[in-house]
Design a protein around this ligand. Structure first.
Ligand code: BEZ
Ligand code: FE
Length: 287
C-alpha cells in the first residue's frame, strides 16, 4: 500500500511505530497515534485552527525558562498532573493522600522544631504542628518534613526574589523522638497560578479562573517509606470546588483554627489574631 488517505492513515502510522524494539516505547507510541488521530477525527480542525494549536504549543515552549515550566502548568490545568499522581499513588487505607507538587519547591533551609519560617513574609501568625506515623500508627522519629507556602498576598518567596533574595515561608524540620514537628509561620491565602502566558490565555478562553484555594505544602520523607507530597487546604476557602489545577481532596481539608491572644501550644504569649493547624500524616512503606 503506497497511498495514505483519511481512512487508512491511522493504520499506516501504527504499522510504522510497531517496529519499536522497546516494548514500552511501542505501547506509548501506538496509544499516542491512536488518541491523537481520534482527536483530529473528532475535532476536524480547519488548517487555521491547526496552525493556532501549533502556535499555542510553540508559545508554551518559549515561555519555559529555568524558573518557569509552562508545559507542567498546561498539564496541571488540564488535570493531567493529578491523573498521573492518582495512578502512581493509589495509597492504602490509612495513608495520607497525595496531591500536586507545584512549581514552587526548592530544597528548603533546615530549622529546629518550633522555629519561625515566615522570614520577610507578613500576615497573621500560624502555628503548624503534627506527628508523622506509619500506617499502623507508630510515630516515626527523624522523618524529614519540608513545608512551603505563599505569603498573605498569594506570592511564594521565589516569585519576589528581585525584592527579597532570602527564602521565606519554607523550611525543613526533623521529627523528634515522638514523631512530632512544630513551627511558626504566617497564614497564606488563595492565589492565582502564573497566568501571564499561554496557559492563562487558555484558562480565560475556557471561561476559567486561575485560582488555587489556600493551602500549605508538605513533603515528608523517611528511610524505608514512600515520599509523601501533599497539601493541607483551608476549610471554607471559596475555591475548594474549583481549584485551577484539580488538586483538592476532601481528606486534605482542615480548619485553620482561629484564636485571639492567649497562650499558644508552645507556651508563647500571643496578642491579636492568630491561627493554628494541627495535622498528622501517615506514610506507607516503600515497595
Ligand atoms: C502550587 O500549589 O504551588 C501550584 C501547583 C500547580 C500549579 C501552580 C502552583
Ligand atoms: Fe501552592
Amino acid at each position: 500500500m503506497h497511498e495514505s488517505n483519511e481512512d487508512n492513515i491511522t493504520e499506516a502510522v501504527l504499522g510504522r511505530v510497531r517496529g519499536a524494539s522497546d516494548p514500552r516505547v511501542r505501547t506509548i507510541s501506538e496509544a499516542l497515534v491512536r488518541h491523537l488521530h481520534a482527536f483530529i477525527r473528532e475535532v476536524e480542525p480547519t488548517e487555521a485552527e491547526w496552525e493556532a494549536g501549533i502556535r499555542f504549543l510553540t508559545r508554551t515552549g518559549h515561555m519555559c525558562s529555568a524558573t518557569r515550566q509552562e508545559f507542567i502548568l498546561l498539564s496541571d490545568t488540564l488535570g493531567v498532573s493529578m491523573l498521573v499522581d492518582a495512578i502512581n499513588h493509589r495509597v492504602s487505607a490509612g495513608a495520607t493522600e497525595t496531591t500536586i507538587f507545584g512549581p514552587f519547591y526548592v530544597p528548603p533551609p533546615e530549622f529546629p522544631n518550633g522555629a519561625d519560617i515566615s522570614g520577610h513574609f507578613s500576615g497573621s501568625p500560624l502555628y503548624i504542628s503534627g506527628t508523622i506515623r506509619n500506617v499502623d500508627g507508630a510515630p516515626l522519629a527523624a522523618a524529614i518534613v519540608d513545608v512551603w507556602h505563599s505569603d498573605a498576598e498569594g506570592f511564594y518567596d521565589l516569585q519576589k526574589l528581585d525584592q527579597h533574595p532570602d527564602h521565606a515561608g519554607r523550611g525543613r524540620f526533623r521529627t523528634d523522638t515522638s514523631g512530632s514537628f512544630r513551627l511558626w509561620t504566617v497564614r497564606p491565602t488563595a492565589y492565582p497560578i502564573p497566568n501571564d502566558g499561554p496557559v492563562g490565555q487558555m484558562l480565560s478562553a475556557q471561561g476559567r479562573h486561575p485560582y488555587r484555594p489556600e493551602h500549605v505544602h508538605f513533603m515528608i520523607q523517611a528511610p524505608g517509606y514512600r515520599k509523601l507530597v501533599t497539601h493541607i487546604f483551608a476549610a471554607g476557602d471559596p475555591y475548594l470546588d474549583s481549584d485551577a489545577v484539580f488538586g483538592v481532596k476532601d481528606s486534605l481539608i482542615r480548619t485553620y483554627q482561629g484564636h485571639i491572644g492567649g497562650l499558644a501550644l508552645d507556651g508563647r504569649t500571643m496578642s491579636g489574631p492568630w491561627f493554628s493547624l494541627h495535622q498528622d500524616f501517615s506514610i506507607e512503606p516503600s515497595a
